[in-house]
Design a binder for this molecule. Sequence first.
Ligand SMILES: Cc1cc2nc3c(=O)[nH]c(=O)nc-3n(C[C@H](O)[C@H](O)[C@H](O)COP(=O)(O)OP(=O)(O)OC[C@H]3O[C@@H](n4cnc5c(N)ncnc54)[C@H](O)[C@@H]3O)c2cc1C
Length: 625
Amino acid sequence: MYALPKEYEVIVVGSGHAGVEAALASARLGCPTLLLTQNLDTVAQMSCNPAIGGSAKGQIVREIDALGGAMGVNADATGIQFRMLNRSKGPSVQAPRVQCDKKAYQFRMKAVLESTAGLDIKQANVSRIIVDGKGNVTGVETDLGMAVYGKAVILTSGTFLRGLLHVGETSRPGGRMADTSSGLSDSICQLGFEAGRFKTGTPCRIAGRSIDFTKCEMQRGDEPLPRFSFLPPKAAALGEIFTLNRDPFHVEQVPCWITHTTARTHDIIRRNLYRSPLYNGKIEGTGPRYCPSIEDKIVKFAERESHQIFLEPEGRHTDEFYVNGLSTSLPYDVQVDFIRSVPGLEHAELMRPGYAVEYDYFPPTQLRPTLETKLVDGLYFAGQVNGTSGYEEAAAQGLIAGANAALKVRQRAPLILARHEAYIGVLIDDLTSIGTDEPYRMFTSRAEHRLSLRQDNADQRLTDKGFAVGLVDAMRREVFGAKMAQLGELRKSVYELKIQGKPVSALLKMTDFKVKSLPAEIQRLSPHEIWDLVEIDLKYEGYVQRQAGQNQKLIRTRAKPIPSDIDYERIAGLRRESRQKLAAARPTSIGHAEQLRGVTPADISILSIWLEKNRLDICREMAPS
Ligand SMILES: Cc1cc2nc3c(=O)[nH]c(=O)nc-3n(C[C@H](O)[C@H](O)[C@H](O)COP(=O)(O)OP(=O)(O)OC[C@H]3O[C@@H](n4cnc5c(N)ncnc54)[C@H](O)[C@@H]3O)c2cc1C
């Protein structure tokens, strides 16, 4: 075994969305960091759709950006279509989404890694995690007989662990089409970790020149560009090595196109279901319910006559189109057949087929809130290996794992975001405390504080925190400071300025009153982005306060203790399954009971009321004797 002479403090395995953020965060915190990945040409590859953000995910990207991460700036620099989703709805559900040039995104991210001080990147296939006799990680081994030693290791190997690809009757090992699978999970299971099996899928890519766009509806991007990064475009472009959007103010946007499935599409799929590995029992892993394959949609929503399809360009200099909405693992011939039953795609040429991938993941309840494993000291897991799905969810975990590995090595306090501070906090808390029985993706409904966890205020929630840890540099802190000064001024002024005796703040609290209704000389007091923030804060103030009250109540309820010898048979109204689960797990508090799978909110409510009614007896039982 050849031992690399250079020792690192942090070693990252994998250069997907989790791996790159982990490596960058660790290096930003001053730790000599090594990133090892199977293929240096696939850094930050978007395995599925060529877009970053979207509902709840866009909020996560803004949070990553506020913490100094790379995903937002990279998407802005290589974006070809920018949209703010849910613009007509409330600010808490508005989310930016950027269609990216897939290859430019990868090349630029690789250039960012290469230009980061203290970070080395090498192509290598990691085959074993090295752990000493005391349960501490000490390094990794590669399949070419190289050992690298370090104080912390972050595993971010995505869908590659015992990855198995399926197209119809054909199955072959692979982490992604044209990429090899990794046997590393065997070595990890030997350390005592529990593994599970999930699956996901992707649609075919077709040639743009074979699409009849006259039969599709055009979908344009928004102007002005809803960008991810809180840095002004010029500042974000500082030190650029590779940027597609050289003039970040004037990006020529590329349209996407909308079409739909037909009765014929559904008929072809129905007739061929027996050839789908999803339906003939070949695929064992659990797939994402919220992101079903077209086979699933046809079976589960049999009453629907049509499903919408988005044709999304994969880049500015390629003719490939991603067929969003038609994820499938049906055989090649069936894919050609059903694609050609869609208006506009009658002559579509497949460039790459759709497929499903099954892979190992490690149930994330085996992790601490820092994403360090409970079993091996200094070993961290981030991204799809933790049972999540999505680039943004992966990147967020990578950032937190990278920061925490570096903080631990430097014997500093960990970075843990609370549920009320960030979607990232919700994500990691859900994963590490409850776990997941299907690929986990973020939804706004998962966040009980969603009214205050908005995309527009992610910098206000997180920049100072990131700066205190060392993730945010002085330039970003300065930009943020200047913005906060402007915001502070305006927040004061709206209470002082009056129109016909009414403070501007009171006017802006009214649902139908908008900033643009104010006299021009008042509007000129501040840039429109600052006005927007003040307006949102005022309009949402009441709701946010009410939510804070409800959350306080929830926190008190969750803290309610449950006596260890409680007899669940005595509690009338509890479902049998809940009774069994509660009796087996013996939760110590309502919060703990809520996390048990199979115990419904209704049962929690019954238990909570019962505890309240029997409070005096319980207090007596729990009092120290
Ligand atoms: C076919 C397919 C369809 C998908 N569909 C969707 C979807 O519809 N919606 C959605 O949200 N997400 C989807 N995803 C998931 C999305 O791609 C992932 O969530 C995201 O990329 C996870 O990021 P990651 O960094 O955890 O892992 P990945 O992006 O998978 O990156 C893993 C990295 O680890 C490297 N690696 C693996 N093993 C080793 C090793 N032993 N040694 C060194 N390097 C190693 C790989 O080369 C790669 O660089 C899909 C993925 C696939 C493959």
